[in-house]
Design a protein around this ligand. Structure first.
Ligand code: PEP
Ligand code: MG
Length: 780
């Protein structure tokens, strides 16, 4: 075999391997498919893969073609044993004729390998760490030629990363199964407290399941937000200007060509010139006159650039898919890839709002805050995501808009087509795809019940928030977008406890200037007619990025350059925002809040910027509120320990439990793998909350809890019992919290909190609180 031929052999095999991976559902299936294919392509009787098991320090046969299948999973050897062990021990190719006569040969009778007279073993590596060995064997005594060894080495190189990924995916899948079991248990308890309605019992099994982020029942068609391709959501936009769209297209083409060149270079450097060749084909398509002509024609006939792209790429894909020739059929995938990259560059442009033409249920793999900011909220009846956690910022936005949302719905994207009809039951955590008429009918009844329940809750909207025994509680709204103002007012919020100012800027193309910001804040302040509005300065980083101010890539963004740290490092941006807030203070009672404070230095640095802002405004003769209350968020554990000292320098505290819980328990608020560790009812969290309630009372400073935990009745009962009297939450939760408060008396709440604080595990705390909740009698 010539070198070229051997490379070809390797490469064709690699292409096949990628196809096989797509058809494999787990590590074992992937390995199985690989050995079958390699044995066929290398024309050997045997191909086997052994993987190294770190804990036992042994190699285990994981897949074979040619040896006895019974040996799979059973045959193990230490690295010092056998020829396979030799390959990994010495990290080298082992090619031997008549292996039985080699001193390292070890016979495993389960395999039946005595029939084979040649052995070629090549180690697999994850970077520099050996992770296994691929072995081929033949019946004929054969001395493997260098070109054959090189072909198998190429394959070994490629499958190493496949094995690493498949292993990773397997462990993620296992962990997800584990945590979703836990989540389901938790959800059951929570739901029985939260909602009176339940899904019709006999229909539950047929539905996809998820975790409730915001309750409610809705039905409608899906809006599939495919962040990979994104074409499903591109609808034809009316009244577009062809010249602008053509320009937009040219810009995107140019960007995509540059990216493609970059990709080609990168792959050539890291893999091989042959692997990189595919990007050359992509470049040719991006330059292809026919392709470009068709795109331009679509735009000239009045379509938007994304729509033209969707149409033309779709047509190309269809044509490729109909080809007789297998090679050309595969080019459909390239076309899709090019389309995806072009689209990303098109929609990544400024001010892009995804227009949804009709009301529907948004289905996404993952929803980022910037997606939520860019979407047309009016048309979103409900939200379903495969990933995402209850406390992710995108979900927080959905909650404040009062949109029923279900997160962690595995396989939702694959199971739903644009023409399907959905019922989203975000009370019981179920999603029905094309349900039969019987279920539709039951849900129609349930939707009616739900709207009756909402109606009932409306009664509480304008009533004061008081406990059954008359203790006054303050319930404010968490808001992000200006549209939240109206929702907050309609739900009877007493002003705003947390205005997340980063959200309105996510949908913009650039940072708004002082006057823009002032107009926006003023609108919010005036919207609340005399009720306080706490404006928090920019809290970007973590999972929140502004398209025009993306944070640098960090290994640990939540522990990194985020929030007030970014502001303090960008004094001009920071001062401008503070000036706008002080100016808005002329129109109502505004409070200024700094996020992510960990100590006194930062507070002093922030105060210094406030002083500079005042100075600037004074100098420019602009009216502003010179002495607005200044507060800090308590969301970093260090701030809890510094609370007494901080109390001497600030006017109020906002307790940000979303972050506080993640930092206290070292459990990422967005990561499903550590969901079970992210527990607001962890005994350590309870102690911290109790300490904060005490310190602030002692120092006579206001404390407003604005984390998501307050909207769960079980937590709320506990927080009231601890002495917290002011809360800020997504506005749609306010009426139901008021209704809940009317059934709650301080004595019960205090007793539950006292007892909970004595317990040492959260399961016991939950049981205790659950019992206390169950005993509450509805007030008449
Ligand atoms: C919090 O951390 O609890 C909080 C309210 O802020 P955010 O969710 O915006 O980080
Ligand atoms: Mg926070």
């Amino acid at each position: 075999m010539s070198r070229r031929a051997s490379e070809q052999l390797g490469i064709t095999t690699l292409e096949d391997i990628s196809t096989l991976i797509l058809q494999s559902h787990d590590l074992d299936e992937t390995l199985d498919n690989i050995v079958t294919l390699v044995a066929k392509r290398m024309r050997t009787e045997v191909c086997s893969i052994y993987l190294f098991e770190e804990e036992e320090q042994t190699l285990r046969l994981r897949a074979t073609r040619g040896l006895s299948r019974r040996a799979v999973g059973r045959v193990t050897m230490r690295t010092g044993e056998g020829l396979t062990g030799l390959a990994i021990e010495e990290r080298r190719v082992v090619a031997i004729q008549e292996p039985q006569s080699h001193p390292r040969y070890r016979y495993f009778k389960e395999t039946g390998e005595e029939r084979f007279h040649s052995f070629l073993g090549i180690p697999l590596f994850d970077r520099k760490t050996p992770i296994g060995v691929i072995v081929i064997q033949t019946k004929e005594p054969r001395s493997f030629r260098p070109d054959e060894i090189s072909a198998l080495s190429t394959i070994a190189f490629q499958i190493s990363s496949i094995v690493v990924n498949a292993r990773l995916l397997d462990s993620i899948r296992l962990k997800e199964e584990e945590s979703s079991r836990f989540a389901r248990e938790l959800e059951k308890t929570r739901q029985s407290m939260l909602s009176r309605e339940a899904a019709p019992a006999e229909t539950r099994e047929a539905a996809l399941r998820g975790t409730v982020a915001y309750p409610g029942v809705v039905s409608g068609p899906p809006h599939l937000l495919d962040e990979q391709l994104g074409f499903a959501d591109i609808l034809d936009e009316e009244a577009v200007r062809p010249e602008e769209e053509l320009q937009r297209l040219e810009g995107a083409l140019e960007k995509t060509r540059i990216q493609t060149l970059f990709l080609e270079k990168r792959v050539a450097e890291r893999l091989s010139q042959e692997d990189a060749a595919i990007f050359h084909t992509h470049l040719m398509i991006l330059e292809d006159r026919g392709f470009l002509e068709r795109l331009r024609r679509e735009i000239e006939s009045g379509h938007s650039a994304p729509y033209a792209l969707k149409k033309v790429v779709g047509e190309y894909i269809e044509v490729f898919q109909r080809m007789e020739d297998a090679y050309l059929r595969e080019r459909a995938a390239d076309m899709e890839d090019i389309g995806r990259r072009l689209l990303a560059n098109l929609v990544g442009q400024e001010n892009h709002i995804l227009h949804l033409r009709y009301p529907g249920i948004l289905v996404a793999r993952e929803l980022l805050p910037s997606d939520m900011a860019a979407l047309d909220h009016e048309q979103i009846l409900g939200i379903v995501t495969e990933a995402g956690e209850r406390n992710s910022h995108a979900v927080i936005m959905a909650k404040s808009l009062g949109i029923p949302a279900l997160v962690g719905v595995k396989g939702a994207f694959k199971s739903i087509a644009p023409e399907d009809s959905l019922i989203l039951d975000a009370n019981s955590g179920s999603l029905y795809v094309n349900p039969p008429p019987r279920i539709v009918e039951e849900y129609r009844r349930l939707e009616e019940d739900c709207s009756r329940e909402l109606h009932r809750l409306e009664e509480f909207r304008d009533l004061p928030a008081v406990t059954r025994d008359g203790e006054r509680i303050v319930l404010r709204a968490n808001i992000g977008l200006v549209s939240d103002v109206d929702i907050a007012r309609r739900n009877g919020a007493e002003g705003v406890g947390l205005y997340r100012t980063e959200f309105p800027y996510m949908a913009r193309g650039q940072f708004p200037d002082r006057d823009d910001q002032y107009q926006l804040y003023r609108k919010v302040v005036e919207g609340f007619a005399g009720q306080p509005v706490t404006i928090r300065t920019l809290d970007i980083g973590g999972d929140k990025a502004l398209p025009y101010f993306s944070p640098p890539k960090e290994d640990n963004p939540f522990m990194g350059w985020r929030s007030v740290r970014v502001s303090l490092d960008n004094p001009d941006i920071f001062r401008t925002q503070i000036e706008a807030i002080l100016m808005a203070g002329m129109h109502g009672p505004v409070k200024l809040l700094f996020p992510m404070i960990s100590g006194l230095d930062e507070v002093r640095a922030c105060r210094k910027v406030v002083a500079e802002a005042c100075e600037n405004l004074r100098r420019d003769g602009i009216p502003f509120a010179g002495s607005i209350p200044v507060g800090v968020m308590i969301e970093v554990p260090a701030a809890v320990h510094m609370a007494e000292q901080l109390a001497a320098e600030v006017d109020f505290f906002a307790l940000g439990t979303n972050d506080l819980v993640q930092y206290l328990l070292a459990a990422d608020r967005n990561n499903p793998l550590v969901k079970k560790y992210y527990d607001p009812l962890h005994p350590a969290v309870l102690r911290v909350l109790q300490d904060m309630a005490k310190v602030t009372t002692l120092h006579g400073k206001g404390l407003c809890l604005c984390g998501e935990m307050a909207s769960d009745p079980m937590n709320f009962l506990l927080l009231i019992g601890m002495g917290i009297r002011e809360f800020s939450m997504p506005a749609p939760f306010i009426p139901r919290t008021k209704a809940f408060l009317r059934n709650l008396d301080l004595k019960t709440a205090r007793k539950a909190a006292r007892e909970a604080l004595l317990l040492t595990d959260s399961a016991a705390i939950r049981t205790l609180l659950g019992k206390a909740l169950a005993k509450l009698e509805p007030a008449n």
